[in-house]
Design a protein around this ligand. Structure first.
Ligand code: ACO
Length: 434
């Protein structure tokens, strides 16, 4: 992977000068390589929340939060969302280039070949209480795949065997997500139809009734779903991708590693925000639709309420994905003839927040999760499924991040800390303690 060691920088500590390399990425991002800092100076760096720490070099995704740029392998998210399908983007993330016709057909066929899951997985579903959250089920189901493919536990297996695990995950994830949806309704599972493309197959398994042989996914919905999955496909070193890299760095198997990524995504400050956005909009609607009241609550430091779907750790201008998704949202609702009152509240909220100095000064803009939930709802997904849909989209990104980490033989991830606890003290036996 190319990196330019343009110069050294000098750090002065305790009156001594130390030289450290400065690394410049292909898009001009600058970093000080402090990997030898502790060995040479005795110091470590402290950066809680990794706000300013580059944990890896990566050739997968570039984003510029100030300029609102997002590119995968050099291709803009706008082009990919407009011109590619999700499986093409998955190929791009995993293999570095867009596939030609034959390469795509080969990849697509391989994925279609692995869409079925072991029937015994249905027994695991039976053990979940009715109404249990899809994300908890998804974590368990992905992790359980390691039991059906025990060879995947061997970190030294062949490249071909590793690539089969990747195909299995990509192929089975839509089947598992659709099963979760069906089981929650108490409906029979619809098996994969391998004559359908990736997204149509997922929609078919989700929305077709076993008794309804005429079901055809609406092309508008197929297109919107493709876009949504593409917009979520990767986002460089976010919380869940970093989790995947960290767990994978211990050489845990890929199923367990991806299950860990799904767990990280579940949190309301990360992927779980898409569910929270819709619940927040519903709450505002049920409360009479007074948007200003909720904007004021979000600004009140004594109130824990936050505007879900606003703000981002890296985007401080706008989230390019939110721009694309907003247009898709209008298209889907228009074409499906849906008049969702929650959308009106969303628009008012966005307007109020974007003109309010609190949000302007803190650079808090709508993020990808703000509009995705409205589209998912229009398509027919229940709110609790939203984060699982995010996971479905993010899967190729997680795998690409894991793959890059493994191929570069990166060492096990193991941060340092600054200990702030007790100094050594004498142990007092239980009976003698005051
Ligand atoms: N509503 C109200 N105030 C907010 C919000 C919000 N949504 N987000 C940030 N702020 C305020 C904070 O209170 C803080 O104010 P202060 O400087 O006066 O103390 C300031 O803006 C900076 O916020 P931080 O929490 O320090 O920003 P950070 O980068 O750590 O967090 C995050 C980013 C977690 C996304 C945050 O903006 C948030 O909680 N947003 C709502 C949840 C959400 O939408 N998450 C999805 C993110 S996108 C994704 O994961 C796909």
């Amino acid at each position: 992977m190319p990196d330019i060691k343009a110069q050294n920088c000098t750090i002065t500590l305790d009156g001594n000068n130390y030289e450290f390399p400065v690394i410049i990425g292909t898009e001009g991002e600058k970093a000080i390589d402090i990997s030898k800092l502790r060995d040479t100076t005795g110091y470590v760096t402290l950066d809680i929340g990794y706000k300013n720490t580059g944990a890896t070099k990566s050739a997968i995704t570039f984003l510029d939060g100030e300029l609102g740029i997002l590119r995968h392998r050099g291709y803009s998210i706008e082009d990919l969302a407009e011109k590619a399908n999700f499986l093409e983007v998955a190929y791009l993330l995993l293999r570095g280039e867009l596939p030609n016709k034959e390469q795509f057909e080969d990849f697509d066929n391989s994925v279609r070949h692995h869409t079925l899951v072991n029937e015994d997985l249905q027994n695991i579903f039976k053990t979940f209480p009715t109404g249990s959250h899809p994300m908890g089920q998804l974590i368990a189901m992905i992790s359980s795949l390691s039991a059906y493919y025990p060879k995947a536990l061997d970190p030294n297996r062949s490249a071909e065997a590793k690539s089969r695990t990747v195909l299995r995950l990509l192929a089975k994830m839509p089947t598992i997500c659709a099963m979760i949806y069906k089981k929650r309704l108490g409906h029979p599972v619809v098996y994969p139809s391998n004559n359908l493309d990736y997204v149509s197959n997922f929609l078919n398994m989700t929305f077709k009734h076993v008794s309804d042989s005429d079901y055809q996914p609406d092309p508008v919905v197929v297109d919107a779903m493709n876009k949504l999955l593409i917009l979520h496909a990767d986002h460089e070193q976010n919380c869940s991708a970093s989790t995947v890299r960290l767990v994978g760095s211990s050489q845990a198997n890929l199923y367990a590693t991806i299950a860990a990524g799904v767990a990280a995504l579940w949190g309301p400050l990360h992927g779980g925000a898409n569910q929270e956005v819709l619940e927040m909009l519903e709450l505002i609607k049920a409360d009479g639709g007074n948007v200003q009241k909720w904007v004021d609550k979000a600004k009140d430091k004594n109130d824990s309420f936050r505007l879900m779907g606003f703000g981002h750790r890296v985007y401080k201008n706008f989230d390019p994905r939110a721009k694309i998704i907003k247009k898709t949202c209008d298209d889907v609702l228009n074409k499906l003839g849906i008049n969702d009152p929650v959308l009106e509240i969303a628009k008012k909220l966005e307007e109020a927040a974007l003109t309010d100095s609190y949000f302007v000064e803190r650079k808090l803009y709508p993020n990808v999760d703000f509009y995705s939930g409205i589209i998912y709802r229009a398509i027919g997904f229940p709110t609790e499924m939203f984060t699982a849909l995010f996971a479905l989209g993010r899967l190729p990104g997680w795998i690409a991040q894991w793959q890059e980490m493994a191929e570069e033989k990166q060492p096990i991830g193991r941060p340092r800390q600054i200990y702030t606890g007790q100094m050594p003290r004498t142990f007092i036996p239980r009976g003698e303690r005051k």
